[in-house]
Design a protein around this ligand. Structure first.
Ligand code: SF4
Length: 200
């Protein structure tokens, strides 16, 4: 585990947890959540961990727009950001401890920045980058093309695997957010660092 990253995140008041693998990360997340209601942002990491099924199975109220039909997605996004806990991943972590998120709709960054007072981000080790430029390059190379294909977006990255900084209605990279410190609204901002790749 990257000791500098952990120290730099803790200096910024993020509550850092370390997990050797996905199973450990899931156990930590479940113990932090307890019986609280949970909103989930778009997150392949959460999906890989099976958190929705486990949480609903144990009786938590969970709102995740990935689990409802198109007609109800907006309502579900709205409910998610009014839960007690917001669960998502980061698109990248910088070694200086800052967090990068890129969003298309805005619900995920809204949920993290000005939603529930408890935030939990679960982050695989492939998302740790030395600096902002390398983080953006990683996101555009490794996350955006696959996300665009999953969503059926007709973006250049979906077609070629390469970002063309597109100017289309289908564009997904509409807001790039750099989180330097928990916001005033946050009571606890947890980051679970996983020592293996997870998500995109
Ligand atoms: S700006 Fe457009 S082409 Fe580039 S990664 Fe985002 S959606 Fe894809």
């Amino acid at each position: 585990m990257n000791a500098d990253l952990i120290r730099n995140m803790e200096r910024r008041n993020f509550l850092v947890h370390t997990a050797a693998n996905a199973e450990e990360a899931k156990a930590i997340a479940l113990s932090l959540i307890g019986k609280r209601s949970v909103g989930i942002g778009g997150s392949k990491t959460a999906k890989q961990l099976g958190l929705y099924d486990t949480l609903t199975g144990q009786g938590n109220e969970v709102h995740w727009h990935w689990m409802v039909d198109k007609a109800h997605k907006q309502e579900e996004r709205d409910r998610a950001i009014r839960c007690e806990v917001y669960l998502a991943s980061a698109n990248a972590l910088l070694e200086d401890g800052r967090i990068v998120e890129i969003d298309g709709t805005g619900n995920r960054v809204a949920g993290i920045l000005y939603g529930p007072p408890y935030v939990i981000l679960i982050v695989g080790n492939q998302k740790v980058c030395p600096d902002f430029d390398s983080a953006i390059a990683r996101i555009k190379r490794d996350a955006c093309p696959e996300n665009a294909r999953r969503l059926g977006k007709k973006t250049p990255c979906a077609a070629t695997g390469i970002c063309a900084d597109c100017r289309t209605q289908e564009r997904m990279c509409n807001a790039t957010v750099l989180i330097e410190w928990p916001l005033r609204i946050h009571k606890e901002f947890h980051v679970i660092l996983v020592d293996e790749p997870l998500g995109l």
